[in-house]
Design a protein. Structure first.
Length: 428
């Protein structure tokens, strides 16, 4: 059994209903925001997290007609000021509002949607707060830091009938869409091996001298709200190595290359296999942790999950991309590459295959208007993230993990069931 991928109802015009309801003094703000969908209305979007990825997403939204970036938020005031300047420069005014607290941004008048690119440990708390406030969301991958909080976020999205697009943009890439179509069209015949390669190592951006780190421990700079950055992580002392870019290599906040890339190549594999709404029944693997004095994510790893129908998906850090092998040969896909053991295999796409790749950010905006499911729906993003999270648990405990993908719980192993990645850590 699996959790179904929900459909979103068509919503009537927001402004018409809002005006009528306001005249009668009836509708609360959350209800009015739920009436999004008119193709004739400008979509007002706020940006939460203005670092490199957040700013990149913001630039993409600035380039979409019918979208207006109206507010930015970051716990680092320098990042926030740079983002505001970029927005104001684009519109040639000073209208963009700045918020140091994302809860305040979510109260911005007339806001329709947000784009958030915070560190992994904040994905669930920001996402749940946003959909509860009536926002549609473009949220970065991995879906959440932990597995249980991923289901809580799914429940909130479903309850509030929100559109959610995850930043797993490969689903909108031409080579990946063709790979998906080929597998779905049975180009390889009976599948015999399923492999994903995601990066090894730690891409540390700045190597700090030990004496500098020691002098700064517990002393965040004036422009940086450390407590706001930590969110649900309590009692963790400020360390300059975490912000702005290297938090990913500490397992309290990220999950290394493994969890960063599971939302790309593993996501493509699960999508192509039609496994967007379920998970493995068992997981096993081995990994090597880094030897850095502070960072502690896996730098080399090999893990594999087995599904109820017998499919086995291997993930390793010794190559990059997704490779499926079947009775007819093999097909490999990576960014800018689509290769087959026999080039004729690449012709075996359905007759109605759309050769024009969508724009991932434009797809989100179109779905905000139409209320359709976007390319990277929330359930699929959660299942991709959970595959990596289960891999981490299996490697950390050095035991075969038996999993119920419907109830989303460990079977017969209390040590694994108590792993932090499987517990809820949403509050912020």
């Amino acid at each position: 059994m699996s959790h179904p991928v929900p459909s979103l109802p068509t919503i009537p015009r927001r402004k018409f209903i809002a005006a009528g309801a306001a005249a009668l003094g009836l509708a609360p703000l959350a209800y009015l925001r739920a009436q999004q969908g008119s193709p004739n209305e400008e979509i007002a979007i706020g940006i939460i997290g203005c670092g490199g990825q957040g700013t990149g997403n913001m630039v993409n939204f600035l380039g979409i007609p019918g979208v207006r970036v109206v507010a930015v938020c970051d716990v680092d005031s320098a990042n926030m000021a740079q983002a505001k300047a970029k927005v104001d420069g684009h519109y040639k005014n000073t209208d963009c509002k700045s918020y140091a607290d994302y809860h305040e941004l979510l109260k911005h008048p007339g806001l329709d949607a947000i784009s958030h690119a915070t560190p992994d440990h904040m994905h669930a708390s920001v996402g749940i707060a946003a959909v509860n406030a009536g926002m549609d969301v473009y949220g970065e991958k991995p879906f959440t830091w932990g597995l249980a909080e991923g289901r809580l976020l799914i429940d909130a999205i479903t309850k509030n009938k929100r559109v959610w697009q995850t930043g797993s943009w490969q689903r909108s890439g031409g080579e990946f869409r063709r790979f998906h179509a080929l597998i779905q069209n049975n180009a390889l015949g009976k599948l015999t091996r399923l492999e994903c390669g995601t990066p090894s190592g730690m891409s540390i951006n700045k190597h700090w001298p030990a004496d500098q780190v020691a002098a700064m421990i517990g002393k965040p700079p004036a422009n940086f709200n450390w407590a706001g950055w930590c969110g649900p992580v309590k009692d963790f002392n400020y360390n300059p190595q975490l912000h702005p870019a290297d938090w990913r290599w500490h397992n309290t906040f990220g999950g290394g290359q493994l969890l960063d890339w599971v939302g790309h190549h593993v996501d493509i594999a699960l999508w192509a296999l039609g496994l967007d709404a379920t998970g493995p029944v068992q997981m096993e693997g081995v990994g090597q942790l880094g030897t850095h004095s502070f960072f502690n994510s896996y730098v080399n790893y090999s893990y594999k999950g087995t599904f109820a129908d017998g499919k086995l998906l291997e993930v390793r850090s010794d190559f990059g991309g997704t490779r499926f092998t079947g009775e007819n040969g093999s097909i490999f896909v990576d960014r800018g590459r689509l290769e087959a053991s026999n080039p004729e295999l690449l012709r075996n796409v359905p007759a109605d295959f759309d050769t024009k790749p969508p724009n991932h950010w434009q797809n989100f905006i179109e779905c905000v208007r139409s209320r359709k499911l976007p390319a990277s729906n929330a359930e699929g993003a959660h299942r991709a993230a959970s595959f990596g999270q289960l891999g981490i648990v299996a490697m950390d405990t050095k035991q075969l993990l038996k999993w119920d993908p419907q109830a989303e719980k460990v079977l017969d192993n209390t040590a694994q069931a108590g792993h932090p990645r499987l517990g809820a850590r949403v509050q912020a």
